[in-house]
Design a protein around this ligand. Structure first.
Ligand code: NAP
Length: 348
């Protein structure tokens, strides 16, 4: 049986911006006989994420991510429904997710590559398994908990860059739940600033495309910055670090402003910024959520409880259809999303 799929058509080059033309809607053939240990899944929703940008390169520059192959289906985070199973433990009707889900309407996958999820923990909102209780939620939660050093009643100011995105909008709220006194976000539009302050409880928000970040930081963070959840790197981060306090902590989550450039990860800091880190004893350790898999179950339980209690608010930007997946990725890389960018493929 042939099924619709999105393939990698071309690479943008390490120094290039990805475009819709890098993706191609096509068909792939599913095996006619289901092998032992495998399942047939129907795709329900897909995730587009910044890390995918390095999978577009022939060399990803990391040992934990494989390059996507030209002419082969894209893969990333996905959620779907088991339709047929020759894998012990899954039966038709189960909902499963994976970090390596092909961008296809249906797929044949090894059952062992999938995790069963319970839709009840997200009130049936399956895309949350790609967002608030998925990789971005875990990244926000574990990043804050492992590297943020937030303490109750310590009067700390937390600054989040990429603040209106999947990780950022959750990280700011989690910082507050963990005890931060002041939470400020930097993001790329007035609407994003409005959402952060009016809907998500941030104390301030700075539109880096319109405002002088350095000057705005001084007025939004008059006591300096104690914890910086860094999603973007580059000039924005340099401005933030200059205003960090002695003994501060940086959660080095991501550096999206550098992903379309041929630079190593993490990209080197300018000398004067390195000096600020050194002189003020500021920590900046690399954080990778995959290193904390033993803590995923307890973290998901906490995130789901906060969702249920209404303590954690979730924003998503949703497009529908496999044919829109490439465009959704390109849009997310350019800031088109508020909250988690999701591609829905089919309803249950
Ligand atoms: P996201 O924030 O939902 O989407 C990306 C956002 O980045 C865009 O909406 C855009 O928002 C912003 N952006 C794009 N180009 C930019 C630039 N040149 N300067 C500043 N901002 C820019 O994505 P996400 O999934 O939450 O990921 C956020 C960061 O976390 C990424 O760096 C990602 O690599 C990282 N991450 C790390 C881990 C880990 O384990 N360490 C896990 C997941 C994600 P604006 O409108 O604000 O520009």
């Amino acid at each position: 049986m042939d099924v619709q799929a999105v393939l990698l058509h071309s690479r943008p080059g390490k120094d290039g911006e990805p475009t819709e033309g890098n993706f191609e809607l096509s068909e792939v053939e599913l095996p006619s006989v289901l092998a032992a240990g495998c399942v047939v899944v129907r795709t329900l929703c897909l995730s587009v994420d910044p890390y995918m940008r390095c999978r577009m390169n022939a060399d990803t520059g990391t040992d934990y991510l494989r390059s996507w192959e030209l002419g082969k289906a894209i893969e990333g985070g996905g959620v779907g429904l088991i339709e047929q199973s020759k894998f012990q433990g899954f039966v038709p009707g189960d909902i499963v997710c994976s970090f390596s889900w092909p961008w296809q309407l249906r797929s044949t996958l090894p059952g062992a590559s999938l995790n069963k999820v319970d839709p009840a923990i997200v009130g049936g909102h399956l895309s949350h398994f790609l967002g608030a209780v998925g990789m971005p939620g875990l990244t926000a939660f574990l990043g804050i908990r492992e590297k943020g050093h937030i303490r109750q009643n310590a009067n700390q100011t937390v600054l989040v860059s990429g603040a209106a995105g999947a990780c950022g909008h959750l990280a700011g709220q989690i910082a507050r739940l963990d005890g931060a006194t002041t939470v400020v976000g930097i993001c790329g539009s007035e609407e994003k600033c409005r959402v952060l302050v009016e809907e998500l409880g941030f104390d301030g928000a700075i539109n880096y495309k319109k405002k002088n970040v350095e000057a705005e930081l001084q007025s939004c963070c008059p006591r300096g910055i104690d914890v910086y959840f860094d999603n973007v790197g580059g000039d924005i981060s340099n401005s933030v670090i200059r205003q960090m306090n002695e003994g501060g902590h940086i959660v080095l989550c991501g550096q999206i402003s550098q992903y379309n450039k041929d630079v190593p990860y993490p990209p080197p800091l300018p000398n004067d910024i390195e000096q600020v880190l050194h002189q003020r004893n500021i920590t900046r350790e690399r954080f990778l959520v995959l290193h904390y898999q033993e803590r995923f179950a307890e973290s998901i339980a906490q995130l789901a409880a906060w969702l249920t209690d209404g303590k954690l608010k979730v924003r998503e930007t949703v497009v529908h259809g496999l044919s829109k997946a490439g465009a959704a990725f390109v849009s997310m890389m350019r800031g088109g999303n508020i909250g988690k960018q999701i591609v829905t493929i089919a309803d249950l």
